[in-house]
Design a protein around this ligand. Structure first.
Ligand code: HEM
Length: 151
């Protein structure tokens, strides 16, 4: 009896999951996420508007591009390689320790990501908006935490 009830509840959850889907799947999986990140760093590397943001990165953007791709894959519900390779690492704390994390630079990060999102258009508009909203909040919080740490 209890088992049947649980089974019913389980399939309701499964149905809701299928309906809404994991962000990772709604974004189209690994390839569109990799494309989004590639375009983001390409814009950062080439556009004068992001010069200040570019300057706080290493000359070779390759390793960071790989890392952000794997992070976004794991963070949206895909394979968790990024977290497995970095046990206990918190992306927010890691950024608070960086120098040059000003609000101006965080605005450049958000702007470059919004442009990349607009050009690559992974998944559906609803998931793109939700992701952009969360990334914006994270980037703003990173700059605020960094300013507080250096005050
Ligand atoms: C305030 C806006 C942001 C700025 C200014 C910023 C800046 C940076 C910098 C300077 C690095 C190091 C790159 C290097 O050494 O060349 C980095 C790495 C990274 N950032 Fe950000 N970032 C921002 C927002 C974010 C957000 C919102 C996320 C997550 C969604 C993120 C995820 C990462 C990841 C995963 C790495 C690579 C870490 C590693 O493997 O060492 N960043 N970021």
């Amino acid at each position: 009896m209890i088992e049947r009830k649980d089974a019913g509840r389980q399939s309701a959850i499964a149905a809701a999951m299928t309906q809404n889907g994991l962000p990772f799947h709604r974004l189209g999986g690994r390839a569109p996420i990799a494309q989004l990140v590639a375009r983001f760093y390409e814009l950062m590397d080439n556009e004068k508007a992001y010069a200040e943001l570019r300057a706080i990165h290493a000359p070779d953007l390759g390793p960071t591009r790989e890392s952000l791709t794997d992070f976004l894959i794991a963070w949206t519900g895909g394979p968790r390689q990024w977290f497995k390779q970095r046990p206990g690492v918190c992306v927010m704390s890691a950024h608070a320790a960086l120098s040059g994390m000003t609000h101006n630079v965080s605005r450049q990060w958000i702007d470059a990501m919004a442009r990349a999102m607009d050009e690559v258009r992974p998944g559906d508009p609803e998931i793109r908006d939700a992701m952009m909203e969360t990334l914006t909040r994270m980037a703003n919080a990173m700059a605020s935490r960094s300013a507080a740490a250096q005050a």
